[in-house]
Write a protein of this length. Sequence first.
Length: 390
Amino acid sequence: MSAAQVLARRLSEAQEAGLARRLVEVGPGGGPRQGVNGRDCLLMASNDYLGLSQHPRLIAAARAAAEAEGTGSGASRLVTGSRASHRALEAQIAAFKQSQAALFFCTGYMANLGLLSSLAGLGDLIVSDRLNHASLIDGCRLSRAAVAVYPHGEAKEAERLLAAPCPGLKLLVTDGVFSMDGDLAPLPELLAAARRQGALLVVDDAHATGVWGQGGRGSLEHWGIEPGREVVMMGTFSKALGGLGGYVAASRLVIECLLNRARSFIYTTAPPPAQVAAASAALALLVEEPWRCQELRRKCDLLRRLLARRGLSVLSSAGPILPLLVGGAQKALDLAQALWRQGVYAPAMRPPTVPRGQSRLRLTVTAAHSQADLEFAANALGKAAKEVGL
Ligand SMILES: *Cc1c(COP(=O)(O)O)cnc(C)c1O
């Protein structure tokens, strides 16, 4: 078979299994009401949880930074790409996360690759939740450390695996909030296990920063945990913070290791001024106006009630990620399609993003949705679910 035939066969197999992926075109404009493949829709799928990507203060900050410093940073942070604004943002992140230090990456994905592959290596042990995000899984693989996977959320099993003899470093790695299930990791138990076993606890707060905790500081704030030196926090500006860019907040020692060893930090161009300025403005806004987090919480509760009233139960009991379990990949696609015809867009999540047989519709709520929006979404979903016989 020729190379082209091999590739074509792989694609057609994915197609037949209902697993082929296609780009949907969203826009023009921003916010929860947009065109999706040419039909006006209510978006129930964005991770822009606080609606900050449309906030005038972020837009003005990005514009001013581009005008003052240009659109590109020209080199790696370690060559000539590092500016005062990068350092200032990192100080702001450390203060927000109550850590000694922080490092900013171009994306959260790159932060996770750099974090895991520079802290762990051959001879080390990483213990990882089965439902951890793909970027953590890829970071584990890249590290070449021994990787042991524990059943989702089971701290006892995590500790058993951590207790294995290991001459080097031990890392316990988890999402703070799981991206496809919307539930929280049992951080108090995981932290206790990590402490007893002399491991560092790595928490990916991509979906918790700006959302969980009274001040939106993330899952540690939610659980009332003081981030000691054995916790390494990771997060992103691409979700509730309305922009782009990953970060690691940790002890000075850990941050110094990343700066020296994280290849996704060293061998890439520094984030450009507009990205850094928008990130900084978002963090400032979150500190000054934490009411958006309460607003988001009210709306999450409202959508849950509206769905329950229609007999639709979701996997999570709180927070802006509301997964509606469907099962088969094709049926999840049919439901998403029926919903789109009703003027609401939420994508079907299928393997390998979720385990086989657990395809689902992943609905998200943002602070930018109105009560009328949520009622419209719940009605549309009720109709779409009947249409496909769910
Ligand atoms: C989105 C996400 C990331 C990656 O963040 P980006 O900034 O979008 O690259 C990492 N971890 C989790 C859990 C995520 O949901």
